[in-house]
Design a protein around this ligand. Structure first.
Ligand SMILES: NC(=O)c1ccc[n+]([C@@H]2O[C@H](COP(=O)([O-])OP(=O)(O)OC[C@H]3O[C@@H](n4cnc5c(N)ncnc54)[C@H](O)[C@@H]3O)[C@@H](O)[C@H]2O)c1
Length: 287
């Protein structure tokens, strides 16, 4: 049943996106973008399962505490959610330091991918998944030769074994590499998933005010983060990232698949048209 989150002065919105009474899964639901997505989906009448290492506190959502580095915990959670899942919103992530590059790759890519793959057999016929990448993953198309051996690993254990055997692929930049891999996997996997009528897309957010931001500022400096803001001249809110995910997973987006949506306030557009010079942005040294 849909719950109203209407504030004074706002228009009433019907269930135009098709979530009322439908089952969805959100990872990273305890905080930031995942929490914002959870709140929106509950308000649209969805049955929301929130998966996070921490408890999901949004009223009306079910909380499953799951560590995305743990294959069997992921599979148990997928089984607990059950059948007829309309949408998976994979928002969980680690920011890089102080977390190890391996943990960052496991949570941001291998665990999130495994959750989606564990739910795919239980997805509704028109189901969809949305993965949160980042504009830290820009340039992934030029690195496909490096990314595809990991992208095409079969399952969580194979991905973990590959990562343990190939640390040079991501050492010193686990965060940016994980986001490139997500973009590449979404583009690759969309081609096979759509044959079942199911879809997968990702968003590439610009700097967003969440609990993760202080970690980025500590590792890279606030000036570098702000250099990635672009023409909109402010950071995003979590809800401004959650809404595009809610749109992408809506059954009304049935011809949108394998897509990377740049939810960056126009940063990429300004960059590719020469209005932002990335080479002028001071990058931190990577060991
Ligand atoms: N904040 C930004 O500027 C920004 C920009 C681009 C992309 N992103 C991406 O957006 C996504 C959401 O991040 P956010 O900004 O909302 O940060 P956040 O820290 O508020 O939320 C991240 C959530 O992931 C959960 N999480 C961490 N490790 C986990 C694990 N092992 N298993 C399960 N859950 C785990 C955390 O508990 C937390 O609730 C992330 O993938 C992040 O990389 C963030």
């Amino acid at each position: 049943m849909r719950r109203s989150v209407r504030r004074e002065g706002e228009a009433v919105m019907g269930d135009v996106l098709g979530y009322d009474g439908r089952r969805v899964v959100v990872t990273g639901s305890a905080s930031g973008m995942g929490q914002a997505a959870t709140e929106i989906l509950v308000s649209l009448g969805a049955e929301v399962y929130g998966l996070d290492v921490k408890a999901t506190t949004t009223s009306g959502a079910k909380s499953l505490e799951v560590d995305l580095r743990d294959r069997s915990a992921i599979e148990q959670a997928a089984a607990a959610v059950g059948a007829d899942v309309l949408g998976v919103f994979n928002c969980a992530g680690l920011p890089g330091p102080p977390f190890s590059d391996l943990d960052v790759m496991l949570v941001n890519f291998a665990g999130g991918r495994h959750l989606i793959e564990s739910i795919v057999p239980n997805m509704a016929a028109n189901g969809a998944a949305c993965f949160v990448a980042s504009n830290a993953g820009l340039g992934w198309q030029q690195e496909l030769a490096t990314l595809m051996p990991l992208v095409t690993t079969d399952g969580f254990d194979a991905a973990k074994a590959w990562l343990e055997a190939n640390p040079s692929m991501y050492a010193g930049n686990g965060y940016g590499t994980s986001k490139k891999v997500i973009n590449a996997w979404v583009a690759w996997r969309g081609a096979s998933l759509i044959r079942e009528g199911k879809r997968i897309n990702c968003i590439n957010p610009g700097p967003t005010t969440t609990a993760m931001m202080p970690f980025f500022e500590e590792a890279n400096g606030a000036a570098l983060i702000d250099a990635f803001i672009g023409p909109i001249a402010r950071r995003s809110t979590a809800a401004e990232q959650a809404w595009p995910m809610v749109m992408l997973n809506s059954p009304h987006m049935s011809y949108v698949n394998g897509e990377a949506l740049h939810t960056d306030g126009g940063f990429l557009g300004a960059m590719v048209t020469g209005q932002i010079d990335l080479s002028a942005i001071p990058m931190p040294a990577r060991e």
